[in-house]
Design a protein around this ligand. Structure first.
Ligand code: HEC
Length: 129
């Protein structure tokens, strides 16, 4: 009787630790995706194009553009932290690690856009014959 109670208590005490530990350690990448969906997609679109109703209204930039590709990590970080033009600053709501986790998401947009535009429909053969 005594043992059962004790065990039950320790399990309950550990449960929140277990629940917190798992998602925290396993999902740096998906954290960024989630943050993007919650904070950025309404203006920049889920594909980064900026073609949402709000995005068009405020002039959100296309995150897949050559211009966006040229931004350094530091420039992107500053832009998110402090905002620019019609983009609000996120420094008060997102911490540094969260802002950093958004950078790979932005890079992914420009990678996806680059792939299909590469000489689509051309006829080059790599065997040289
Ligand atoms: C209210 C709409 C809005 C939201 C929300 C928003 N942005 Fe922006 N974003 C803009 C606008 C407008 C610009 C263009 C600013 C300028 O240069 O005048 C911009 C520009 C940018 C740029 C620079 C692109 C370039 O080519 O110069 C990046 C990177 C960016 N946003 C990332 C983000 C990220 C990441 C988030 C989420 C944390 C976010 N934005 C949320 C409106 C928004």
């Amino acid at each position: 009787m005594k043992i059962t109670t004790k065990h039950r208590f320790s399990l309950i005490a550990l449960l929140p630790l277990i629940l917190f530990a798992i998602p925290r350690s396993a999902s740096a990448q998906s954290d960024g995706q989630k943050l993007y969906d919650n904070n950025c997609a309404k203006c920049h679109g889920s594909d980064g194009s900026g073609s949402t109703a709000i995005g068009k209204a405020v002039g959100a930039k296309d995150l897949r553009s050559d211009e966006a590709k040229k931004l350094t990590n530091a420039e992107i970080t500053t832009q998110i932290d402090q905002g620019k033009g019609n983009m609000p600053p996120f420094g008060g709501t997102l911490d540094k690690a969260q802002i950093n986790s958004l950078i790979p998401i932005i890079r992914e947009f420009s990678k996806k856009a680059a792939a299909p535009s590469k000489k689509a429909g051309c006829c080059s053969r790599s065997d040289g014959k």
